[in-house]
Write a protein that binds this ligand. Structure first.
Ligand code: FES
Ligand code: FES
Length: 164
């Protein structure tokens, strides 16, 4: 099958490649770019394990072709920590509050929560539950995930206040 030229920014790095038109974004990220943080849980748009941030929106990367992502800017879980490896407040909070068990949903969950907190820096519990409702977790019962997102929101707000 003829390949297409695709070009995008991923975690701040310019990426250009040839890809088959049928290639899904999740497969491109994992197989071409070796970004295996975003997981494949269902491949049908249901679980959210493959969530990435694309031009300021949470996107389930199994639901789009890589060709559709040409010209966009993408952040995966690998791009959420600081370049020096310092974890993002959400990553710290998930660790601290036991927001994961097997960890399969965690990259998508944190990437989704990252966008949620950009859109709403101090969400209520129900706003968090609604905000992550496209991401399924079969282990935790969600309670500690919600606590972790709340803790991260408080931490980010305190850091912002201290910087002002
Ligand atoms: Fe994409 Fe489940 S793998 S939503
Ligand atoms: Fe196992 Fe969420 S921690 S699926």
């Amino acid at each position: 099958m003829a390949k297409m030229h695709v070009k995008m920014t991923v975690n701040g790095r310019d990426v250009e490649a040839l890809a088959e038109p049928r290639t899904l974004l999740i497969h491109f990220l994992r197989e071409e770019l070796a970004l295996t943080g975003p997981h494949i849980g269902c491949d049908t748009g249901h679980c959210g394990a493959c969530t990435v941030d694309l031009d300021g929106k949470s996107v389930k990367s199994c639901t789009m072709f890589v060709a559709q992502a040409t010209g966009t800017s993408i952040t995966t879980i690998e791009g959420i920590a600081e370049p020096d490896g310092t974890l993002h407040a959400l990553q710290e909070a998930f660790r601290e509050h036991h927001g994961l068990q097997c960890g399969y949903c965690t990259p998508g969950m944190i990437t989704r929560a990252y966008r949620l907190l950009q859109e709403n820096p101090s969400p209520s519990e129900s706003e968090i539950r609604y905000g992550i409702s496209g991401n399924l977790c079969r282990c935790t019962g969600y309670q500690n995930i919600v606590k972790a997102v709340q803790a991260a929101a408080e931490q980010l707000a305190a850091a912002k206040e201290a910087a002002e």
